[in-house]
Design a protein around this ligand. Structure first.
Ligand code: HEM
Length: 506
C-alpha cells in the first residue's frame, strides 16, 4: 500500500504502519518498495549559509534585487524546490516554485494556517505597543494559531458579508466621482499619476475602516493623511528588507530597524487619533453609519477597531492602488478590450447612480480585473508552515516546515495560461474559459491568497476597483503614452517611475 495519498500527496500514517520494509527519512519511515521515488528532505537542492550571506552583500548576486527578481533568479538556478538555511534567527525554509507542490501545500492547510511573515512587525506590536496589541486580540496579519483565529472569526462575518460590502457602494461611488472632479479641476491635461491612485485608494479605505472622509482631494490635504501615505509606502519597502534579506535585528537593533519601528508607531498613532475623532463626532449621532464596519468593530472592542484599521491601511492601500494601476495599464495598451468593457458598462449603467443589481451582470468587468491582476499581481507570493507531512516534487517535507511559495511565477506559464503574454480577459469568461485556461486555477491564480487565511479585504478591494472602472470608462478613454510600466517588487508590487494615464473625454 502506498503511504502517499494520490489525491492530496499527504503521507498517510496508517498506510505507513502497514509497511514492513522501511527506509528512515528524518523521524519518519517510508516503504522502500512502494515509495522508491521519495527523496530525503536533506537531498533538496540547497545553498550554504555563508554563500547566501555573500550573495546578499554589495556586488553579490542577490544584492539590491526586488523580491520577484530574487525568486526568479533562485528558481532559474536551483529549479522548483530549494532549501534555504536558517539565518540570524530566521528558520530554515523551503522556497517552492512548482504549481503541483503549491496545490499540495494549500490543499493540506489546517483550520489555522500559519503564515511566516511580519516577524519584526509582531515584535513592534508585542513589545513596543502592548497597550493596543497585548490584550485579548492581536493583529490579524501577523498573528498565528488561536490568537489569529479569534480575531479572524470575529471580523469575517463583518468584512466578508456581501450586504456589508454592498452598503459601501454609494460612498465609494461618491469618492470616485470626487476623485474625477479633482483630476479634472487640477489638471488641464487630464492625467493621473500613481500618487493620485494612492490618494483614491486611501480615501476609499478610510471610508470603510475609519468611517470618515480624509479630504485627500482638497487642494490642501491634511498633513496627517499625506504622512500616512508615505508611512505605508515606507512600511512595505522596509518590511521586505527585514523579512527577506539577512538581518540581525533579532540580536541588535540597527538604525534602520529603529526607523522601521518608528514608521509603525507613527502610523498607529495617526490611525488612533482618527478613530478617537470619529468616536467623538459620532458619540450622539451615528446616523447611517451605526451598522458600518467601524461601529460594528467598536462594539466588539475599541482595540479591535484600531487593529483592523491599521491592518487595512497597511494591507489595503498600496495593494488596491497597485492593482488598479496594472488593470488600467492593460486596458490602455489593449484599446479593443477597453472598448468591449465600455460597452458592457454603458449597457448596464445608464444613470450616474450605481444600481447595485447591475453589478451582477458584469462578467467582462470581473474578467478584465482578474486578467489585469494576472499581469500585474499586487502581491506575488505568500508562505505557510506545513500542517502535515507532505511530498513536494518527490521530496519528503516534514510537518512544521516553513514554505515560501511564489504564484506570480505561475502566471506566465503556458501549461496553465496558454498565450500567457497576451492580455485576454476572455480566458476568465464562461464562454471561452476552456480555450484559454489549461486547468483549474483554484490553486494557481491566487491574487488574494488562499483559503481561510486569504485576504479579508478582497470583497472591498473588488468593489473599489469595479466602481473605479465603471466611473472612468463611461466618461473617458484611457491612454498610456509613456515607456513601459515599471514595478518595484517589495512585499507589495509598487508601480514606479513615470506613471501617467491620459484621459480623453468621450
Ligand atoms: C487588490 C487588493 C488586494 C490584494 C491583491 C490583496 C492580497 C492579499 C494577499 C495575497 C493576502 C495573503 C493571503 C494568504 O496568505 O493566503 C492578503 C491578506 C490580507 N489582506 Fe489583502 N489584498 C488586497 C486588499 C486588501 C484590503 C482592501 C484590505 C482591507 C480592507 C486587506 C486586508 C488584508 C488582511 C487584514 C490580510 C491578512 C489576513 C489574514 O492573515 O487572515 N487587503 N491580502
Amino acid at each position: 500500500m502506498n503511504p502517499i495519498c494520490k489525491q492530496c500527496n499527504r503521507i498517510s500514517f496508517v498506510n505507513f504502519l502497514r509497511n514492513t520494509s522501511t527506509l528512515s527519512i528524518k523521524n519518519f519511515a517510508v516503504s522502500q518498495n512502494e515509495s522508491k521515488s521519495i527523496k530525503k528532505f536533506s537531498d533538496i537542492p540547497h545553498i550554504k549559509r555563508s554563500e547566501l550571506i555573500l550573495r546578499f552583500l554589495p556586488k553579490g548576486k542577490y544584492y539590491g534585487l526586488g523580491l520577484n527578481e530574487l525568486h526568479r533568479a533562485i528558481n532559474e538556478e536551483f529549479g522548483n524546490i530549494v532549501r534555504m538555511p536558517s539565518l540570524f534567527g530566521k528558520p530554515e525554509m523551503i522556497f517552492s516554485y512548482n504549481d503541483t507542490d503549491n496545490e499540495t501545500l494549500l490543499r493540506n492547510e489546517s483550520s489555522k494556517p500559519y503564515r511566516y511573515s511580519f516577524e519584526p512587525l509582531k515584535y513592534f506590536r508585542e513589545k513596543i505597543r502592548p497597550d493596543v496589541y497585548g490584550g485579548e486580540y492581536g493583529s490579524m496579519a501577523s498573528e498565528h494559531g488561536d490568537r489569529w483565529y479569534k480575531i479572524r472569526t470575529l471580523v469575517n462575518p463583518i468584512m466578508l458579508q456581501p450586504k456589508m460590502v454592498q452598503r459601501y457602494t454609494e460612498s465609494i461611488n461618491h469618492i470616485t466621482s470626487d476623485f474625477i472632479d479633482y483630476i479634472l479641476k487640477r489638471d488641464l491635461n487630464k492625467q493621473i499619476s500613481n500618487r493620485d491612485l494612492n490618494l483614491w485608494s486611501l480615501e476609499s479605505i478610510a471610508n470603510i475602516t475609519l468611517d470618515r472622509r480624509l479630504g485627500l482631494f482638497n487642494d490642501t490635504n491634511s498633513e496627517a493623511a499625506v504622512k500616512m501615505i508615505d508611512l505605508i509606502r515606507r512600511f512595505f519597502i522596509m518590511c521586505a528588507d527585514f523579512e527577506v534579506s539577512p538581518s540581525i535585528w533579532k540580536y541588535y537593533h540597527t538604525k534602520a530597524f529603529k526607523e522601521y519601528m518608528k514608521v509603525n508607531n507613527d502610523l498607529l498613532n495617526i490611525v488612533m487619533n482618527y478613530i478617537e475623532e470619529t468616536i467623538e463626532q459620532t458619540r450622539d449621532n451615528q446616523g447611517d453609519n451605526a451598522n458600518g464596519i467601524l461601529q460594528q468593530l467598536l462594539k466588539i472592542d475599541k482595540n479591535v477597531a484600531i487593529i483592523m484599521a491599521v491592518d487595512s491601511m497597511t494591507a489595503g492601500v498600496d495593494t488596491t492602488a497597485s492593482a488598479i494601476t496594472g488593470i488600467l495599464y492593460c486596458l490602455a495598451k489593449n484599446p479593443e478590450k477597453q472598448e468591449k468593457l465600455r460597452e458592457e458598462i454603458l449597457r448596464e449603467f445608464t444613470t450616474p447612480e450605481l444600481n447595485v443589481k447591475s453589478f451582477a451582470n458584469l462578467p467582462y468587468l470581473r474578467a478584465c480585473i482578474k486578467e489585469g491582476m494576472r499581469f500585474y499581481p499586487p502581491v506575488s507570493g505568500t508562505s505557510r508552515k506545513t500542517d502535515f507531512d507532505l511530498v513536494f516534487s518527490n521530496y519528503f517535507i516534514p510537518k512544521g516546515t516553513y514554505v515560501i511559495t511564489w504564484p506570480q511565477l505561475f502566471y506566465r506559464r503556458e501549461n496553465i495560461f496558454p498565450q500567457s503574454s497576451e492580455y485576454l480577459p476572455e480566458r476568465w469568461t464562461r464562454e471561452q474559459k476552456c480555450t484559454h485556461l489549461n486547468q483549474s486555477t483554484k490553486f494557481h491564480f491566487l491574487p488574494f491568497g488562499h483559503g481561510v487565511r486569504s485576504c479579508v479585504g478582497r470583497r472591498f478591494a473588488n468593489l473599489e476597483m469595479e466602481v473605479f472602472l465603471i466611473n472612468f470608462l463611461r466618461r473617458f478613454k484611457i491612454e498610456w503614452n509613456e515607456d513601459d510600466l515599471q514595478i518595484q517588487s517589495t512585499f507589495v508590487n509598487i508601480p514606479t517611475g513615470n506613471v501617467k494615464f491620459t484621459l480623453k473625454k468621450l
